[in-house]
Design a protein around this ligand. Structure first.
Ligand code: HAS
Ligand code: HEM
Ligand code: CU
Length: 555
């Protein structure tokens, strides 16, 4: 048995470098999260409420964009290399996209953090959604553009590897992990087109003073055209791990390979024509278009519901292989001492709750109740903040030994850390949901309804705030333990014991399933048609109402 790092030393370096950047972003972003959680709840205020928005922008960008996507490119490089069992086509291309993404991310971070220093004439307090009329320094947008072009090159790298493999393996089914990477990247190419147009055509010229004004509704709509599919871009690495690694950790095999392919195809088709569900309350978009987005969103629940079925069935199969019995008794036979397993399982469990709060968001009429309240951060800390982030941390405990040849420094610390994240998030996200229903707004440093008071009655805003502060603190401590464990692993000497990285074949393999599932050109074509149908009329009407460049100055 040989280890990934021995077979693919160059690729292992890229994967390690990508994870390292991801974890630096995680550490800084989590620290800002702690500051926000304590500031908003009036527990501890060390920054001014103006700086709050600088930190909030840093938190959103560093965690939701830098941490998640750097982890993704590392994981996808590992997955493509391993499942095609061949090296990167040209390692210089691989280092080039890594370099471009890292430079772009650094520029973005510098532009944001400069906002904390009044002497530096640069700031980017535009939140991670960066649509007009909020305006950032050009460096922010330029860094962003470089980062996105870097991801496009990474996708090209994986497609080239696939093409070489296809040349030598005509007629074979695409290996499952590579299939997941390629469908996810096609979705990403379609989605990033919207944000690329917004940044290059409107925001960069506007922030440089080359054009006087923009049409804010147009930049918002182009953002959300991209802003919904990006949530599945975050989620697909987690799904890749749940489908291909979690069953093995549970002691079994994936229940169905074809069903996994169907799920990824459905995400490719349906992720983009739904973005308007973030704009139910935007004036200037007709109700009918919103209704269409809602209908598409409800269809988009299907692939996640299929995932819940397939992944839990695979876990049950694993548990029964390990001697588990009974209707629910099998749960006890799962390897709960393994931090990689437990982290992913808890992440999945929380995603079930986050998915339900997403269904609430998606209903046009109920959305009017929760939009722009703390309910929404409650929703996305369960989805991207846990289903994705916790799966990535848990996945690290599985991946790190393969790409370094070293044993994880401490499995007990790993176990404590993933459980602490889950408990912290139960407190924080549940309280955020409840606070949202009471009308506490999101994105504000000053929701001072009642003063912090340990004797406030259960159900009061004071009690909710206490839970947010407590949960946020546990989450931050969990990140500290995680980073310590990873750094200590990296610092360790190499152990010569080979790593068990074998992934067993699915129970129901791809061989009998329809070959059309692997027809990537067909699915791309249909996805584009759906996008054109969903967006042509709304965009035409937005441009018709206020013009391409609108009349809004910047803030
Ligand atoms: Fe969302 C807002 C609707 C999923 C992220 N979402 C957001 C924002 C973010 C976000 C960041 O329709 C805020 C943006 C902003 O700043 O304004 N969301 C949905 C719907 C889904 C959904 C319908 N969201 C996600 C995912 C995200 C994410 C995934 C990130 C990764 N969301 C909305 C809407 C809004 C919104 C509105 C706008 C709100 C507003 O007004 O601003 C669905 O995709 C959810 C489907 C999920 C399920 C759950 C299936 C369960 C599974 C678990 C299996 C269990 C396992 C473990 C594996 C149906 C798969 C078992 C364990 C054992 C021990 C047995
Ligand atoms: C917003 C805390 C981890 C993504 C927030 C807010 C708080 C918070 C209190 C709300 C601020 C407001 O609306 O005024 C924390 C803590 C964390 C954590 C204590 C753990 C240490 C994460 C993770 C992610 C994430 C892991 C994603 C991977 C976001 C995003 C926002 C946000 C995207 C919204 C920013 C905006 O509205 O512009 N966080 N968070 N957070 N968080 Fe976190
Ligand atoms: Cu969405």
């Amino acid at each position: 048995m040989s280890t990934f790092v021995d077979d693919y030393p160059e690729e292992s370096k890229i994967v390690q470098a990508s994870l390292a950047v991801a974890f630096v972003a995680l550490g800084i972003g989590a620290f800002f999260g702690l500051i926000q959680a304590l500031h908003r709840t009036n527990v501890l205020r060390i920054f001014s409420s103006v700086d709050y928005y600088t930190l909030l922008t840093g938190h959103g960008v560093l965690l939701a964009i830098v941490f998640t996507i750097f982890f993704l490119v590392g994981l996808f490089t590992w997955a493509v290399t391993k499942s095609l069992d061949r090296p990167a086509p040209d390692i210089r291309l691989t280092w080039a996209w890594f370099g471009l993404m890292t430079t772009g991310a650094t520029l973005v971070a510098v532009a944001i953090l400069s906002g904390l220093f009044p002497s530096i004439p640069m700031s980017a307090d535009v939140l991670y959604t960066f649509y007009a009329p909020l305006q950032a320094h050009p460096v922010f947008y330029i860094g962003l553009a470089m980062f996105i072009v870097g991801t496009w090159m990474a996708g090209a790298d994986w497609f080239l590897a696939y093409r070489e493999w296809r040349g030598e393996n005509p007629g074979e089914r695409i290996p499952l992990q590579t299939f997941m990477v390629l469908t996810t990247m096609i979705m990403w190419y379609i989605a990033t087109l919207g944000v690329a147009v917004s940044v290059v055509v409107f925001l960069i010229p506007w922030s440089m003073g080359l054009v006087d004004s923009v049409n804010p509704l147009l930049t918002r709509t182009l953002f959300w055209y991209f802003g919904h599919p990006i949530v599945y871009f975050w989620l697909m690495p987690a799904y890749l791990l749940w489908y291909t690694v979690l069953p093995k950790l549970a002691g079994g095999r994936l229940f169905s390979d074809p069903l996994a392919r169907v799920v990824f195809v459905l995400f490719l088709l349906l992720s983009t024509p739904v973005g308007i569900h973030h704009q139910y309350l935007d004036p200037g978009i007709a109700e009918g278009f919103k209704f269409i987005a809602m209908t598409n969103t409800m269809f988009l629940l299907l692939p996640s519901l299929l995932t819940a079925f397939t992944v839990v069935a695979s876990m049950e199969h694993g548990a029964r292989q390990r001697g588990g019995e009974g209707y629910l008794g099998w749960l006890g036979a799962l390897p709960w001492r393994d931090p990689a397993f437990t982290g992913m399982a808890l992440a999945g469990l929380m995603f079930a709750a986050g998915g339900f709060s997403g269904m609430v968001n998606a209903g046009m009429n109920i959305n009017y109740l929760v939009h722009n309240t703390l309910w929404v951060p409650g929703h996305f800390h369960m989805t991207v903040g846990t289903a994705v982030a916790l799966t990535m941390m848990a996945g690290t405990y599985w991946l790190l030994p393969q790409i370094t040849g070293k044993k994880v420094y401490s499995r007990p610390i790993g176990l404590l850390q993933v459980v602490m994240w889950f408990v912290g998030m139960v407190f924080m996200s549940n309280a955020m949901h409840r606070g949202g229903l009471l009308g506490i707004p999101r994105r504000t440093a000053e929701p001072q309804y009642t003063n912090f008071d340990f004797v406030t009655a259960v159900g009061s805003i004071g009690e909710i705030r206490m839970q947010i502060a407590l949960g946020g603190t546990l989450l931050f401590l969990s990140v500290v333990l995680f980073l310590f464990n990873v750094a200590a692993t990296w610092a360790d000497d190499r152990t010569e014991t080979p790593v068990d990285d074998y992934l067993p074949e699915p129970l129901s393999g791809p061989s009998g399933s329809p070959v059309v599932l692997d027809n990537l050109a067909l699915w791309t074509g249909i996805a584009i048609v759906l996008v054109v149908l969903a967006y042509t009329l709304p965009l035409a009407s937005i441009i018709g109402d206020a013009g391409l460049f609108g009349s809004s100055g910047g803030f």
